[in-house]
Design a protein around this ligand. Structure first.
Ligand SMILES: Nc1ncnc2c1ncn2[C@@H]1O[C@H](COP(=O)(O)OP(=O)(O)OP(=O)(O)O)[C@@H](O)[C@H]1O
Ligand SMILES: [Mg+2]
Length: 172
């Protein structure tokens, strides 16, 4: 019996909206591999330089991509990143854009001690739906899904949305 290769899923959205919270649970429940790009970039030093103004590392996208390419060929990955326009479109069978309420996001980012500039740019990113727009510019609309990472109840619903998608995908 030949085993079908599992799909690859992208979970994207503004920093702090709850991507990791969802990925952690999804990886366990679906038996997928969670690839947290920020974490991988830090661990393997896929960093081009450091942006002092925004107090954040600038990702070396090419190095990250070279690292991910063979992993993506195996399928069964949940890729997490707060951006989505540089990945090859062919990698993903579904793209889930996580969002959350602005006040919730503000509190979460404040807790991380983000500086004012970083805080306001991330809140603006969420208000303007920047990542959703980026996803729409980068992937076909019929594979993009909007999910919420606001409350625990929202997360439950979002987990079900992804799990239902996967059930449908398997039936195809
Ligand atoms: N649905 C939720 N209900 C309650 N708290 C949540 C929920 N989702 C995330 N949180 C909390 O909010 C904080 C930020 O969440 P998380 O780390 O998952 O965000 P993220 O989108 O992965 O951020 P980053 O882009 O920096 O990786 C964490 O403390 C997490 O526990
Ligand atoms: Mg995260």
């Amino acid at each position: 019996m030949t085993e079908t290769i599992k799909p690859n899923i992208l979970i994207t959205g503004t920093p702090g909206v709850g991507k990791s919270y969802l990925c952690d649970r999804l990886a366990e429940q679906l038996k997928f591999t969670w690839l947290d790009c920020s974490k991988i970039a830090k661990e393997l030093n896929f960093i081009e330089e450091y942006d002092k103004e925004y107090d954040c590392p600038i990702l070396d996208e090419d190095k990250l991509m070279d690292h991910l390419e063979p992993l993506m060929a195996n399928g069964g990955n949940i890729v997490e990143y707060h951006g989505c326009d540089f990945f090859p479109e062919r990698w993903f069978q579904a793209v889930f854009v996580v969002s959350c309420a602005n006040d919730t996001l503000y509190d979460r980012l404040k807790e991380r001690n983000y500086n004012e500039k970083k805080l306001s740019s991330n809140i603006e990113c969420e208000i303007f739906g920047t990542i959703l727009e980026e996803a729409r510019d980068s992937y076909k609309s019929d594979i993009i899904y909007e999910i919420s990472g606001d409350t625990k109840a929202d997360a439950e619903k979002s987990l079900n949305t992804v799990k239902n998608w996967y059930s449908m995908w398997k039936r195809k």
